[in-house]
Structures are given as structure tokens and as C-alpha cells.
Design a binder for this molecule. Structure first.
Ligand code: FE2
Length: 103
């Protein structure tokens, strides 16, 4: 995408993802088994929600600014993130049906 824009790609610290990783590490240190398995699904969903929001906004901005090729590439990434979120949601539902007793 940056090649299309003629701009250098820059990296920067991602504080939100770092915080999610820290949170996961703390939870994993205190839990295991099915509780941790279910939490791992939640942790993945949190990340995918964050990524979906980010890609959704930059895709929209790229389109509005006329960077059509960049918008197309970003849209592709957005769709991948949305699919990952859908997949994780389905995995969570399946996990709950198999492991969580209804009361
Ligand atoms: Fe993702």
C-alpha cells in the first residue's frame, strides 16, 4: 500500500495491542484449562474488534481522499479481519455449547 502511495512505511509502538498482550499474560498466569481456553477466544475477539475498527476507518478515509488502490488493499485487510472475528465468534459459540452447561 505504501508503495502505491510513494511513501515509506513506518513502524510504531502499538500500545493497545501491547496492553492486550499484557492482559492475556496476567490472565494466563492465574488460569488454565477450559477457563483459559475460553479466555483465549475472547482475547482474539478483542484484537479482531480493534483491528476491524482501525481498518474500517482508514479504508473509509483512503477512499474519501481518492487513494483508490490503497482503499482497495485496506478493504481486503478489513474483510480478512472481519472474517477472523466471525470465525472466532463461531468458535466461541461452539465452545460454549460443548463446555458451558445451561442453568
Ligand atoms: Fe487480525
Amino acid at each position: 500500500m505504501f508503495e502505491h502511495l510513494g511513501e515509506p512505511a513506518e513502524t510504531r509502538e502499538e500500545q493497545v495491542i501491547d496492553a492486550l498482550i499484557d492482559e492475556h499474560g496476567q490472565f494466563a498466569a492465574e488460569n488454565d484449562g477450559e477457563v483459559l481456553d475460553r479466555y483465549n477466544i475472547v482475547a482474539g475477539q478483542k484484537t479482531e474488534h480493534y483491528e476491524t475498527a482501525a481498518y474500517g476507518n482508514v479504508t473509509s478515509l483512503a477512499g474519501k481522499l481518492g487513494y483508490d488502490e490503497a482503499a482497495d488493499l485496506l478493504e481486503e485487510s478489513l474483510r480478512e479481519e472481519e472474517q477472523a472475528l466471525d470465525d472466532l465468534s463461531e468458535i466461541g459459540e461452539t465452545f460454549d455449547r460443548e463446555h458451558v452447561a445451561s442453568s
